[in-house]
Design a protein around this ligand. Structure first.
Ligand SMILES: [Zn+2]
Length: 322
C-alpha cells in the first residue's frame, strides 16, 4: 500500500514498485512522494470493439484457422493495461586505439600472378572515434511479455500522460519497478555496448578507449495494450493488441481439424518416402546407387515428416509471431 502525495488516496503497490502512478489522480511519483514530471503516454486509437475486430480479421488470415472462427469466437475477458517504459537519450563519444589484423605476402608463384606461397599475419595499430546519439528503451517491469517488450514505441508521438484518458477505458496503469536512476544506468551500459560493437567492426583488439557517455533526458512513457481472451469451442485463447496502433502483438488460436488431418497425412507420406530413400541408399531395397543423395534427402524428408505428423497430432494451440 502507498499513500498518494498529491490526492491523499491509498492505493495498491506490489513488491519492487519504485515509480508509482496513483490510480485516482494519475500523478507519477517516487515512493518518497516526489512528483515525476517527465511522464508521457501514447494515446489510445483503438477502442475495445475496434481492437477485437482487428484481432478477428488477423486471426481469419492465419494458416489453418477454422473457417468459422471469426463468427463463433466470443470475447470473455478484456482489460486495457498500460505498460511502463523508460526512454533515455544518450550522446556517446568514444575515441579508441586498437590493433587490426593484417597480412603480408611472400614468394610469389611465377606462373600465377597475384598468388603467393606464404603469407604472415601481423597486428597493425588503428585508431578512430565514434560519435553517436541513441534513444534507449528500458522496460519498467521485468516479467513483461517478450512480445510486448520488443514492440516498437513510436517515441516521436509523445504527449503528457493523461489520467482521464486512461480512465476512459478503465485502463490499469502499471507501476514501474525500475527507478529513473536505474533506467539511466541501464541506458549508459547499453550505449557503451553499442559503441564497443562499433569499434570491434574496425579493430580486433581494443588497446585503450576514452568514452564520454552523456545520458540526457530520460522519461517515463506508458503504452496501452488490450489484453483479450476469447472462447472458441471449449477452449479459451489469449491475445494482446496494441491499443494505439491496432497491431496484433501476439495471439493464440486454434487449428482446424482439416488442417491437422492434412498434417498427419503428409507427415506419414514424407516418413514413408524418406524411409524408403534411406533404405535404398544403404542397399536394403533395390540397387545401391543413391548412396549420398538417398541418405541426405531421405533424412530431410524423414525429419519433415516427423514435424508435420507432430503438428497434426498435437492439440496444442498455435502461437504465431507477427
Ligand atoms: Zn493521487
Amino acid at each position: 500500500m502507498a499513500r498518494c502525495a498529491f490526492c491523499d488516496a491509498d492505493f495498491e503497490t506490489g513488491p519492487g514498485d519504485v515509480l508509482l502512478v496513483c490510480p485516482y489522480c494519475g500523478t507519477a511519483q517516487t515512493i518518497e512522494g516526489a512528483k515525476f514530471k517527465n511522464h508521457y503516454m501514447i494515446r489510445v486509437h483503438f477502442a475495445q470493439h475496434e481492437a477485437q475486430a482487428v484481432l478477428l480479421d488477423w486471426l481469419s488470415k492465419q494458416l489453418g484457422v477454422p473457417e468459422d472462427l471469426a463468427a463463433k469466437a466470443r470475447f470473455v475477458e478484456y482489460k486495457q493495461v498500460w505498460y511502463p517504459f523508460w526512454v533515455s537519450r544518450v550522446d556517446a563519444h568514444t575515441e579508441y586505439h586498437g590493433l587490426g589484423r593484417d597480412a603480408t605476402f611472400h614468394d610469389p608463384w611465377p606462373q600465377y600472378p597475384g598468388a603467393y606461397k606464404r603469407f604472415s599475419y601481423f597486428w597493425k595499430p588503428e585508431s578512430g572515434k565514434f560519435i553517436r546519439r541513441y534513444e534507449i528503451k528500458t522496460p519498467g517491469i521485468e516479467d513483461i511479455d517478450e512480445d510486448i517488450k520488443n514492440f516498437p514505441i513510436p517515441t516521436r508521438a509523445n504527449e503528457y500522460f493523461s489520467h482521464s484518458h486512461a480512465e476512459e477505458y478503465d485502463g490499469v496503469v502499471l507501476h514501474s519497478k525500475v527507478s529513473e536512476e536505474q533506467a539511466k544506468e541501464f541506458a549508459r551500459k547499453k550505449a557503451y555496448e553499442n559503441q564497443t560493437a562499433l569499434i570491434l567492426q574496425e579493430v580486433d583488439k581494443i588497446e585503450r578507449r576514452d568514452d564520454n557517455i552523456d545520458v540526457g533526458e530520460t522519461f517515463l512513457i506508458h503504452i496501452p495494450v488490450w489484453e483479450l481472451t476469447y472462447r472458441y469451442g471449449n477452449s479459451k485463447y489469449r491475445a494482446s493488441v496494441s491499443a494505439s496502433t491496432g497491431y496484433v502483438i501476439e495471439s493464440k488460436y486454434p487449428r482446424s481439424m482439416a488442417f491437422r488431418a492434412m498434417g498427419i497425412v503428409s507427415g506419414l507420406l514424407f516418413l514413408g518416402i524418406g524411409g524408403a530413400l534411406i533404405a535404398m541408399a544403404n542397399g536394403y531395397l533395390g540397387p545401391q546407387q543413391l548412396m549420398g543423395f538417398g541418405n541426405l534427402t531421405g533424412g530431410i524428408l524423414f525429419i519433415l515428416g516427423l514435424v508435420l505428423f507432430y503438428k497434426g497430432v498435437s492439440r496444442k494451440e498455435a502461437k504465431e509471431k507477427v
